[in-house]
Ligand binder design. Structure first.
Ligand SMILES: Nc1ncnc2c1ncn2[C@@H]1O[C@H](COP(=O)(O)OP(=O)(O)O)[C@@H](O)[C@H]1O
Ligand SMILES: [Mg+2]
Length: 262
């Protein structure tokens, strides 16, 4: 159920491929394995994961601690490479990309939201949102987009404040605005409410859903807290490095590889 939407003109977006790739899933994970070396042993974090996520979805990766959720998310963000298998995002093979292409992919196409908000303490709220553009200089359009986003997350009157003057929930809202300012095709969030109390967590999800609704971006969120999941969401459940279940079987490839990681 890909949602149709028109993305506003955005001069800083480098690689517009939406229309060309509209028929493809946003994310196509094909038999991905990931092993880490841990001392003299190898840890098999992902053992043959195959799944698809359509564009415009609100998708969750759930599962117990240590099951491989973050590993999968980091692979989707090209923060790391699979040991084997392939990952396509909007038709582009992350595994085939060079380091430089992966850097550009992360910089231009992905918005990351982490559990620790990762704000820069000596920059203002507004400057933190504009961080992705600082290396090349901020345009007036980018600045007004940042103010617009901060307004939409309820921080219009805090733009000149520093992170330490904000609550945890407010800091995470800054991080959300920073993730969205590039108009990324994909937002990846790892336990975005993990350090927040449950009421603040509710507020963060309300904001994420509103922003996702208005931008049409695809969102993939790792969580071990199922409270925030609604029946419309896609749920990918990982157990012990393998896909255990999904709320939406028709969009997930159960054939061949989804459940056979050995
Ligand atoms: N960089 C790493 N080096 C060694 N082992 C790792 C590394 N990252 C993750 N692991 C291991 O891989 C498994 C899955 O980890 P992770 O993906 O972080 O799980 P989750 O996010 O579901 O808690 C765990 O056993 C973890 O210890
Ligand atoms: Mg994790």
């Amino acid at each position: 159920m890909a949602r149709e939407y028109v993305r506003p003109e955005s001069p800083h977006r480098a690689i517009p491929t939406e229309s060309r790739n509209r028929g493809l899933p946003m994310i196509d994970v094909r038999n991905v394995h990931k092993s880490y070396r841990s001392g003299s042993r190898w840890v098999e974090a992902l053992r043959g994961i195959s799944c698809r996520i359509d564009r415009g979805r609100f998708a969750f990766i759930v599962g117990p601690s240590g099951s491989g959720k973050s590993s999968l998310l980091y692979l989707l963000g090209a923060l790391d490479r699979p040991t084997s298998g392939e990952i396509l995002v909007d038709g582009q093979s992350l595994t085939a990309m060079s380091e430089a292409q992966q850097n550009a992919y992360r910089r231009e196409q992905i918005g990351f939201i982490f559990q620790a908000f990762n704000l820069i303490s000596n920059l203002t709220v507004l400057q933190n949102v504009l961080v992705p553009f600082l290396p090349r200089g901020v345009t007036a359009a980018q600045r007004s987009r940042a103010v617009e986003l901060l307004t939409s997350v309820g921080l219009a009157d805090r733009i000149e404040h520093r992170p330490y003057q904000l609550s945890g929930g407010e800091q995470q809202r800054v991080a959300i605005a920073r993730a969205l300012v590039k108009s990324p095709r994909l937002i990846l969030a790892d336990e975005p409410t993990g350090e927040l109390d449950s009421r603040t967590g509710d507020e963060i999800y309300t904001i994420l859903r509103q922003l996702q609704e208005s931008s049409g971006t695809t969102l993939v969120i790792v969580t071990h807290d199922r409270r925030f999941i609604t029946p419309e969401d896609l749920v990918l459940e990982i157990q012990d490095g393998q896909l255990a279940g999904t709320a939406e079987p028709e969009t997930v490839d159960y054939s061949a590889t989804a459940l056979t990681g050995r």
